[in-house]
Each structure stands twice: as structure tokens, then as C-alpha cells.
Write a protein that binds this ligand. Sequence first.
Ligand code: GLN
Length: 485
Amino acid sequence: MEIHELTIHELHDKLKKGELSSVEATKAFLARVEAVEGTVNAFITVTKEEALKDAEAADRRIAAGDMQPLTGIPVALKDIFLTKGVRTTCASRILDNFIPPYDATSVAKLKEQGMVLVGKLNQDEFAMGSSTESSHYGKTRNPWNLECIPGGSSGGSAAAIAAREATATLGTDTGGSIRQPASHCGCVGLKPTYGRVSRYGVIAYASSLDQVGPVTRDVTDCAIMLGAVAGFDPKDSTSVDLPVPDYTRALIPDVKGLRIGLPREYFIAGLDPDVQKAMDEAIATYKGLGAEFVEITLPHTDYAVATYYLIATAEASSNLARYDGVRFGHRSDQAQGLIDMYRKSRSEGFGEEVKRRIMLGTYALSSGYYDAYYLKAQKVRTLIMQDFSRAFAEADVILTPVAPTPAFRIGEKSADPLQMYLSDIFTIPVNLAGTCGMSVPAGIGKGGLPIGLQLVGRPFGEESILRAAYAFEQATEWHRQKAAL
Ligand code: GLN
């Protein structure tokens, strides 16, 4: 098997046995990046020199017998994570020249384990989007079908895994940005419970929704990555002080008696036939494994997208106020005076979708509209949370599609933001409820496009969805399929 085909756990075994060095593995991934990047464009920055230095350090550590699960493993990160000394753009022109002076906590944790950073990955600008088409650094293509989008906003993270350009990646998920691209690129992606992973040093989009999580080749790798980044961080006041379990211990292929909820509102007429078929087959697989199914209801589902786009844009308009050309980022050289400098720097630095959201959010928060929009959205959010708590009285995990269709064609939805927003209809409610969800490969439809199923767990119930995902993975072959790039 080629080196770039190895998962974290496979590569770890080889490094441990001395069959391979981290330098050799890193060179193999860098060669792969060079071979396919011209087609895929999953990276904004490739950190070749740092990667080789990291790999040498990892090899010394391995030789000294100081090995952790990620020591010497080539990892790439969405360009939303601050990386000390390595340019971090968030796919925006406004941060084109930004070199962070410190690491995000999640990055620091991976570095402590001795990961090898191979580069920073493409995404939608400021993580606003579902297709990675709004990046200032060009579109990313879906390795399974180059005419199609990889999903978004962590499209580079999922495409890099599908194209075997890194062993594992981190993304962020505010309304589906880990799960939807994972689904479209045949990867495993997990959005942890709000508060499970520190967001310190992660560029903020919508602070009450953003979470950090892994995109990986299989469920075992997902458990390893989650365990590496999860945990309380005094630098993030929203992180929760709960012990971090060893998630790999949840990987037991046994779902006998597990109560799986099927939300009536998610299995609607009009679901893409390939997605419907994959869900039907997944349900049959779980029944064969001894799981029980219950019909549940999440009655406020219809309001989720509208609620999300009020809350997310309101928070974004506030978070993005800091990009004014004063302390960091792009500054217009055409400006006359301070106000003109703010205006021109922002006009030149932000793309169209980001500007749309800043305007929508500013409007929703403006005096006279605040109660009608923002406050009302917060109330509906509470109702959506209550829907989930009620559902979890009857079900241990909830199974749904990740997205209503497989990956769409590049350009298909760019002219119609509302159509783009609707592609997150099944993932957004999980962020509003603040709980955990993951995407697992569950089929391949027309055009050779992968389809994922979503498993949603109780708050801090990551172990239950990992277990259900692992059982499914062991019973199926979908995770072994690969893009014919
Ligand atoms: N597509 C959604 C949005 O544009 C979700 C993005 C995300 O999760 N970062 O807001």
C-alpha cells in the first residue's frame, strides 16, 4: 500500500515498529500534494520546510521511545486555525498578509503530541458557505468528481483527506461545515458538543455556534483526533471543564438494543433518491446489527435555517468588526483619513458573501429590529434545543441524512444564496441545539459522489455516536472506497 493511503492508526503502527520514518511518510505526503494540488486546490499554504523539520523532531522522539498517537503524523489544518509563524488567511483577502504570533489551543495540543504540519487548507471565506467557492484563493474541487464542489466551509479539509494529501485534518463547524464536506467527500467528520474543544485561536465566525472538530479517513482516526484536541481551556471561557474520555475505548462494534431515533421532519418527500436509498440501507444495516428504531419528532425543524441565519450573521457582524485595517490585515493605500481608511480597507478586503452577512447581521442587531429578529431567533433556538432534549428521552442517538443531496456542481448555487443556505437544513439544528453530530460514509450515488449519514448524540455524548459509527463502519465497506483521482 502506498504511504499516502495510510490512516493515522496504520501509520502509527509502522512508525512504532520502525518500518517507516516520519520523514519518509512526510515526503510521501508532500509528493502527493505536489502531484494532485494542481487539480484539487485543497491547500492555501503548503508548509514544506516546517513539515520536514517537524518530521525530523518526531523521528528523534520516536527513537527516544516518547511516542503518542499523533507523533510523526502528517496533519493539515483549515486556514481558520492560528498557527504561529505560518500565514493564516481564513481564505480572505483581508488577512492575506497575517502571520499569527501564537498557536490556537487545538494546534498547540497537536504539536505537543508531535504532529507534522503539512499545510493550511482552503475554505469558504471566514467559514461562510457550503461549497468552498467563496475563498479568495480559488475554488477547491471534489476529488470524487472534479466538476463538483467538495462542500464547505471546511471543503479543503475534506478534499485533502479524500485526495490523500494529509492523514488527518481539523475543520470547524458552525452550521455543518465539518459534516457536510465530510459527507460530500466520503470522509468521517465530527462536530463535538459546544464547549468540548477550545476555540482559543480559532478565527471567530459565530461564537455561540462555532466548534472545532476532525475530518478523517475512518472512525478510529476520528476518535484519536477528538481525544487529542478535546478538553477544558482556561483561555476559552466557553470550554467546559469535564474529563476527556479515551474515545478509542468507545469503538466497540455492538449496537444491540441501541435506540436510534428517526426524526419525521427529516425524511421528507423530495429527498434526493440516492440519499434516500443510502438512508434506507443504513437503517437496514443497523436493524441487522440489533439496533431498535423509534420515530421521533423535532417539530421546530422548519424554523432552524431562518433562526440560524439571524444568529450567525448577527454574531459575525460583531466578530468581523475587528478587521478595520488598523492593527492587522489588509489596509487600503487609497484612503484619505481614518473613516475612509476603514471603509476602503473593508470594501477591498472582504468578499461578496462576507459583506452580505455583515449587512444582514448589522440590520438584525440594529435598534428597533433587535427584538423582532435577534431576540426572537434566540427564543426559537431554545425551542429547537427543547426538541432535541425531548427526542433524547426516547432515543440514544438520532440518525438523519447529512445533506439533502450529494455534492452539487461548481457554480450551481453561487447565484442564489438562499439555495446555498438550504443545503445545511439537516446540520444547522445540531449547532443551534449545541450538541454533537458526525458524518459517516454510507453510500455512493450518481456521478460517483459519496453520501454520508449523520449521527447526532446527546450533549457530551460523543462516545455514543462514535460507537454507533464504528459499528456501521465495521459492517459496511463505504469507508474503503476511494476517489479515483
Ligand atoms: N454553510 C453554513 C454557513 O454558511 C455553515 C458554515 C459553517 O458551519 N461554518 O453559515
